[in-house]
Design a protein around this ligand. Structure first.
Ligand code: GCU
Length: 597
């Protein structure tokens, strides 16, 4: 785990299946654009000197009338956690800066020797966490979980958790300054207190070994003093009980021979109850087992060629106009994918909440996950690379036991160049070192050929390091009119599966007109008809994820009465109503489903 300013994060896998106290709900908050609660007037961090007696993290309350205090959480309004602040209060819609959150809670441990941790599903972007005035840590990155130990800091009576979240965009950040999605700020996912015994099961990986249908492989890792213990992995339905002994580091490799596994697939999302236990801990979850690989230009799921009938999704509930975070949000979004006859989703452009991949496991929907290495980040900046790599590690760590997740993507629409390609090569190498069972890709770009105006060339040095060649194309929207699709010739020299990670165009739901009037449903419908015909001519085509399932908020979209701060490329409008193009894609996917049956 990355150390920031001497504060260690702890990894606790599978928090949703742990005994926890939820700290979700109303938190008092203070909007602090000048970070007065964090810096003194010399711009020195107040939490550097614990005796400064200043700083909102202390959550002080005047003890006598003469005391000077210029903040008081008790008298402050509240925000809901989980949730972005932008959609909860109109004055915060465009707010980018720091907001302080404070939550009071009591907690009685069930056993005085037990340890306690606080787990955040995510908070965007830079988060400083304090308990009872003491700093727990600083986390950078808006879309991955982080956990701190609080055992020694817990008080018998009332505890004060104070969290400063700063969503200011940074040039050296990941993502960087420029994105086509809303920069939602806040504690955007669940917060929970996790109680475990002194030594507990911190991590495990349990998936089929690469290329094998008869051996489950992985590891288990203990955290605590009693590191070397017997650990059991039980899969009752397979009458499988495997015992391993962890070494002095608390690690043990797992190898479980299995016969007649009921393999996980979209048409058969079979999940097994798996329990990992040792003397001092026990944790269970549902896990599916499947193989995923490529052979030539085919993608093979459980050894059988598959076509990935997908759609891109942003982590947003369009009707709420805010970050999605709940099981219900995930259910709504993935139900729409099923209505599209889809079997695959691209979760763009950052790790979505854990509910998405877990529900995709249950519903039989394959998943592409990515980190926000998007457009023009600082390729030569070491801390930018470490930040990106850390987000990738945290994503893989969180979702490595999800059968639905088949692709780790390294980037989106990044400019070809040596520094960039080295950056992505290192990311891919890192991903493969953490997980050899899944496929690697990236959303690449195409370029033209002056001599041949209808040639679209897919040529990227990073394509040599991926398993699947994915590219974005916008012929008929940013590049000409829909009819131009009919003349396009794709030049793709890779003997690899090819997928279209984005294509599409905008329409305002309910706006109608002729097929060449932009922003009408008829234009978008026509564009999809021409695009699907154009793309179906690519011999290596093995899947696609049109841009995008739902309209979403974007700070780069200004057309009055049409965009009004929304990207309108959704197949479903802001109010949840399907546009005509939705049905064009649905019918195309029906055909592809039958073709690959
Ligand atoms: C890009 C980008 C998306 C963006 C889309 C668009 O390809 O990857 O993030 O929203 O195009 O322009 O609508």
């Amino acid at each position: 785990m990355m150390m920031i300013q001497g504060f260690a994060q702890t990894n606790i896998i599978n928090v949703p299946n742990r005994e926890t106290l939820s700290l979700n709900g109303k938190w008092n908050y203070i909007i602090d654009p000048y970070e007065t609660g964090y810096f003194d007037y010399r711009y020195e961090p107040l939490d550097k000197d614990p005796n400064s007696g200043k700083g909102f993290f202390l959550d002080q309350h005047p003890t006598d009338k003469s005391q000077l205090l210029e903040y008081d959480f008790d008298k402050c309004p509240t925000l809901f956690v989980p949730g972005d602040w932008n959609s909860q209060d109109n004055k915060l819609l465009y707010y980018e800066g720091s907001i302080w959150y404070r939550r009071l809670f009591t907690y009685k441990k069930s056993n005085s020797n037990n340890r306690l941790f606080v787990n955040f599903g995510a908070a965007n972007y830079e988060t400083d966490v304090y308990l009872n005035g003491k700093k727990l840590g600083k986390h950078i990155g808006g879309f991955t979980p982080f956990t701190y130990e609080i055992t020694s800091l817990l008080k018998e009576d009332m505890n004060s958790m104070v969290v400063k979240v700063d969503n200011k965009r940074k040039r050296d950040g990941v993502p960087t300054l420029n994105t086509d999605w809303w920069n939602y700020g806040g504690i955007t996912r669940d917060v929970s207190i996790v109680e475990v015994q002194a030594t507990f099961i911190a991590d495990y990986s349990i998936q089929l070994k690469k290329g094998s249908k008869t051996e489950i492989a992985g590891y288990v890792k203990l955290n605590g003093a009693d590191k070397s213990q017997k650990v059991k992995i039980e899969i009752p339905e397979l009458k499988s009980i495997t015992e391993v002994t962890t070494n002095a580091e608390g690690m043990a490799a797992i190898s479980i021979p299995v016969k007649k596994l009921d393999l996980w697939a979209p048409e058969n999302p079979k999940l097994y109850n798996v329990t990992v236990s040792c003397k001092t801990d026990k944790i269970s979850e549902k896990i599916g087992f499947r193989t995923i690989e490529t052979r030539g230009t085919d993608i093979l799921l459980n050894g059988k060629p598959i076509f990935l009938r997908g759609i891109c999704i942003h982590e947003e509930n369009p009707m709420r106009g805010g970050r999605a975070y709940s099981k219900e949000d995930a259910q709504m979004l993935l139900n729409w994918v099923k209505e599209l006859n889809g079997n695959y989703v691209r979760l763009a452009h950052y790790p979505h909440n854990e509910n998405m991949a877990r529900l995709a496991d249950e519903m039989g929907i394959l998943v592409w996950e990515e980190t926000p290495v998007y457009w023009t980040i600082l390729w030569e900046n070491q801390s930018t690379y470490e930040n990106a790599e850390q987000q990738l590690s945290d994503l893989i760590s969180r979702d490595k036991n999800r059968a639905s997740v088949i692709i780790w993507s390294m980037a989106n629409e990044t400019p070809v160049g040596e520094a960039r390609t080295n950056f992505l090569k290192n990311m891919a190498k890192h991903a493969r070192s953490l997980d050899s069972t899944r496929l690697i890709s990236a959303a690449m770009e195409i370029h033209g050929n002056k001599e041949k105006p209808f040639d679209k060339i897919v040529e990227d040095p990073f394509a040599d390091y991926v398993d699947i060649v994915n590219f974005n194309e916008y012929v008929g929207w940013y590049d000409g009119l829909p009819e131009k699709c009919d003349k396009i010739n794709f030049v793709i020299k890779y003997n690899k599966p090819v997928m279209i990670s984005e294509f599409g165009g905008s329409a305002l739901q309910g706006m109608h007109g002729d097929t060449l009037t932009r922003w009408t449903e008829e234009y978008q419908e026509n564009l999809y008809q021409h695009s699907l015909k154009m793309l179906s001519k690519i011999p290596q085509l093995r899947g696609m994820t049109p841009w995008i399932l739902c309209d979403f908020r974007s700070p780069r979209r200004f057309l009055p009465n049409i965009q009004d701060g929304w990207n309108r490329k959704g197949l479903i409008g802001q109010n949840g109503t399907k546009k005509k193009a939705f049905f064009v894609l649905r019918d195309f996917y029906k055909q592809m489903e039958l073709k690959y049956k």
